[in-house]
Write a protein that binds this ligand. Sequence first.
Ligand code: ASP
Ligand code: MG
Length: 398
Amino acid sequence: MGTPQRIQNVADVVLGDSSERKLIIVSAMSKVTDMMYSLVHKAQSRDDSYTEELDKVFEKHMAAAKDLLDGENLARFLSQLHSDISNLRAMLRAIYIAGHATESFSEFVVGHGELWSSQMLSYAVQKSGASCSWMDTREVLVVKPSGPDMVDPDYVESEKRLEKWFSRQPAEIIVATGFIASTAENIPTTLKRDGSDFSAAIIGSLVRARQVTIWTDVDGVFSADPRKVSEAVILSTLSYQEAWEMVISFGANVLHPRTIIPVMKDNIPIVIRNMFNLSAPGTVICKQPANEDADLDACVKSFATIDKLALVNVEGTGMAGVPGTSSAIFSAVKEVGANVIMISQVVSEHSICFAVPEKEVAAVSAALHVRFREALAAGRLLFRLKSFMIAAFLLLLA
Ligand code: ASP
Ligand code: MG
């Protein structure tokens, strides 16, 4: 959704799709969410250049709308845009005066990119005469905080609200806002950065979609990082678990890691497609991908690495048969807030090995030395750190 031309391309893809009913979840125009976060940041740091930045946000959307729309729909969009911008101006002014933005203030502000992009797309689809409704997902999607920068959907409440929404506005094509939602108390919130894929998966599951397609700018999920492996190819299918490993552990940058959970429980396939290369079939992520390439060459399905890890090896005679050793090791690790990426223990229980990010290994080592001071002094334990290990490997076998 970078330019008016691209929004028009999206409208064409929507109109060209032969599905009986379609629900399209839209992200903000490119860079807009960053601009919205920066507005809040500037206002609360009492940097009055936020006003110029808000003007830029306004101009960007006004120019896009003028390019894309005309007549009554253009007038409607611009009047909504004007009113939103003047509300935001008042809000940012309050943040500027207070020198502080509450979480709900800033969540309200940053979600506007999706409100505008989705309204523009909805009008662009209507231009062709198709019946298309616009959905503000703050009315239907209810989420609750589940950790730092994480939310969990409330499926029961969201489903109720969604049913009510559909009873008022049946339409074959619905264009909805990604990223934004409400709390149970109806306070606007977001699904956090890059959350639009997650929105699509949650709503796909709520409406029991036949398929969720994530439109992006790559042909699909690669078998390896193409910047490192020149022979990398696009995988035609992946199981949910394989996709999970690729995305969560190895940061394959094609979809928001949490996207897989909502659709997995209903076995809804996710298809990754390239908006800029419609001829590419994409990657299908589903329950049991067909084993289409059973020859030996295709035994290894994909390959990924994580850089900058350190291995910590705790070994010694003092560990075997002593209940609580691993708990003591990992509670020391937890105290310094280090994230453990992999764990293994030998059957003889003489050695436990784990991997942490390299930047956390010094703190881990210090914590372990304190925790096991006596055992170390008595020679019952010893630590080995290999901080220069560069990678962990993931091989998915077909
Ligand atoms: N616009 C939001 C963001 O940039 C959500 C998304 O793009 O998925 O984080
Ligand atoms: Mg985005």
